[in-house]
Ligand binder design. Structure first.
Ligand code: UD1
Ligand code: CA
Length: 482
């Protein structure tokens, strides 16, 4: 049998009222700071980690909690940041001038309605948090009916982070900013991640009570911890075991460190899901990339955007693939650049190929060195192995594109289409001046400039006939000797 302790005073009163634990969370993201330590004309939250702006990373994570509403607090750079987050289900609060994190939260609160339920405060410059960690923070605050739960961590060097001050019994008493810390406090290893889950009413009370810090003239949100602890309200830190998750970005050095953490993390995710990564130190995988098991990634491979790599694919060294789909068993690289393309099953691309947006390779297509494709569909089993440009083209199955073939798709004003029928053979160094059609099973002789449609099964040839002059070389030599 378990015996429940009777809750005391205020806690007893709260215990009687229905708990807001299950109420949907509302989110305030702080992103109005100047970010002067970045020494950049770009707002700090628009700098990228893993190819994604910091603010996007934070909003993506917050969205996973299905918040009832999200308010982003922006400052002087509002217009620029707003454009970057257009289309997201968030509202923007303005804080100008930036008077500190406490003042920023006050601005955000003005936009939220007065309803109960937990309020999650996130920092726009803490981009590596996992949704599971945020969910745990919200769960803990609810389960223990706390006024505040916040995330703490122990970085290798506590540096500029706020220190978590505890009493002799280990209870959280306050957060002291490093600028304000005594030498003794500076030595504290546990620091504040800048991520908080408040009871709405406690947050409102604190924000009204926070005073300007005399040293910096800023309103510190972190003063809320001491205010709550003094009033006897529940406040707890949830320590993140892996400090990397809580890494905050104030400087370019911090940004570079975050990039490496994120890079390493995405490689490890791939490894755990059954992908072979030959050199984990040099491979980059973006946050929205999906890779099926038994794919093999060689050194210096870069996968970006909404890319999907199918089962058993192999990506060879120095290859970048962005916003593309590579189907099972295909091989790409080395030294390829692929963007907005679809590579069909068992196709082979590279070395040195460039697939541009709108490229669709069906099954078993082969693209070789110095071949560029754009807005081009290549049918099953078609080959273009050397030095070609295929743009605005519809090419059937089992076509052979010889070395040096060019679709002349642009007449200076318009883009025109080239169609090549199934089983056609386009000889080397031919130009197909679009709009033009090469029929099914037709042949184009090497070195032809094709300006008229070629019927099915025909041979088109448009070069001058060859003339051989017998004995010419010997006559030239003897002339030189005299
Ligand atoms: C803050 C915390 C510190 C914590 C660290 C974690 C305070 C006072 N300190 O310090 O305890 O260890 O984060 O990363 O909160 N912002 C505004 N308006 C402002 C000021 C800041 O919106 O007036 C935003 C910033 O854009 C940023 C976030 O709040 O996204 C944090 O501000 P920042 O100045 O970076 O605080 P830190 O010094 O890192
Ligand atoms: Ca910061």
């Amino acid at each position: 049998m378990t015996v429940k302790k009777k809750p005391k005073g205020a806690a007893r009163a709260r215990a009687r009222s229905p708990r807001p634990a299950d109420a949907p969370v509302r989110v305030i993201v702080l992103a109005a700071g100047v970010g002067s330590r970045m020494r950049s004309s770009l707002p700090k939250v628009l700098h990228r980690v893993g190819g994604r702006p910091l603010l996007d990373a934070v909003l993506d994570t917050a969205e996973r909690l299905s918040p009832a509403e999200t308010v982003v607090v922006l400052g002087a750079a509002r217009a620029r940041v707003e454009t970057a987050i257009e289309g997201r289900p968030v509202r923007v609060a303005l804080q100008d001038p930036p008077l500190g994190t406490g003042d920023a939260v006050r601005c955000g609160l003005e936009l939220l309605d007065a309803s109960d339920g937990p309020i999650l405060v996130l920092s726009g410059d803490v981009p590596l948090l996992r949704p599971e960690t945020l969910a745990e923070l919200v769960r803990k605050r609810g389960a223990e009916d706390l006024d505040l739960a916040f995330l703490s961590f122990r970085p290798p060097d506590p540096g500029a982070f706020g220190r978590v001050v505890r009493d002799s019994r280990g209870r959280v008493r306050s957060i002291v900013e490093s600028k304000n810390a005594t030498p003794r406090e500076s030595k504290i290893a546990e620091v504040n991640a800048g991520v908080y889950c408040f009871r709405a009413e406690a947050l409102r009370r604190c924000i009204a009570a926070i005073r300007k810090n005399p040293l910096t003239d800023e309103f510190y949100l972190t003063d809320a911890i001491e205010l709550i602890a003094r009033a006897g309200g529940g406040v707890e830190a949830v320590e993140i075991p892996d400090w990397r998750e809580a890494w905050g970005i104030n400087t370019r050095r911090d940004l570079a460190a975050a990039e490496e953490i994120e890079r390493r993390r995405s490689v490890e995710r791939a490894l755990d899901s059954g992908v072979t990564v030959l050199d984990p130190a040099t491979v980059r995988i973006g946050p929205h990339v999906e890779i099926a098991p038994d794919a093999v990634l060689h050194p210096f491979v870069c996968l970006e955007g909404r890319t999907r790599i199918g089962e058993g694919c192999e990506v060879f060294p120095f290859t970048r693939i962005a916003d593309s789909q590579v189907d099972a068993g295909a091989a790409v690289g080395p030294h390829c650049d692929v963007e907005g393309a679809r590579i069909g099953p068992r196709s082979r691309v590279g070395p040195y190929s460039r697939l541009r947006p709108g490229t669709v390779l069906e099954e078993g297509v082969r693209i070789g060195n110095f071949v560029e494709t754009k807005n081009a569909v290549l049918g099953r089993g078609t080959k273009a192995l050397h030095l070609a440009y295929l743009g605005d083209a519809e090419i059937g199955a089992d076509v052979n594109i010889g070395a040096g073939v060019i679709t002349c798709n642009y007449d200076g004003e318009n883009k025109n289409r080239t169609e090549i029928g199934e089983g056609a053979f386009v000889g080397s160094d031919s130009q197909l001046v679009a709009p033009v059609t090469v029929g099914k099973g037709a042949y184009v002789g090497a070195g032809s400039t094709i300006t008229k449609n070629v019927p099915d099964g025909a041979l088109a040839i448009s070069r001058e006939g060859q003339k051989n002059i017998e004995g010419w070389a010997a006559r030239r030599k003897s002339k030189k000797a005299h």
